[in-house]
Design a protein around this ligand. Structure first.
Ligand SMILES: [Zn+2]
Length: 62
């Protein structure tokens, strides 16, 4: 099954905020705003894992 998912963190907690602008979405998990993508649970999980990895990498460098 396909869902709207956040392209940054893979969350499905995204909401369409501006009815006049189909490409403006907000993600409640990572504060991303912009266009979302459509994908299945496998894709969402893959994006989420990459997101966590890049987040850990960034923390290490800080
Ligand atoms: Zn997100």
């Amino acid at each position: 099954m396909m869902h709207k998912i956040c392209p940054r963190c893979g969350s499905r907690k995204v909401k369409w905020i501006i009815p006049q602008n189909w490409s403006q979405w907000v993600c409640y998990d990572c504060d991303y705003t912009g266009p979302v993508i459509e994908g299945n649970d496998d894709l969402a999980e893959e994006i989420h894992e990459n997101y966590l990895k890049s987040k850990n990498k960034k923390n290490k460098n800080d």
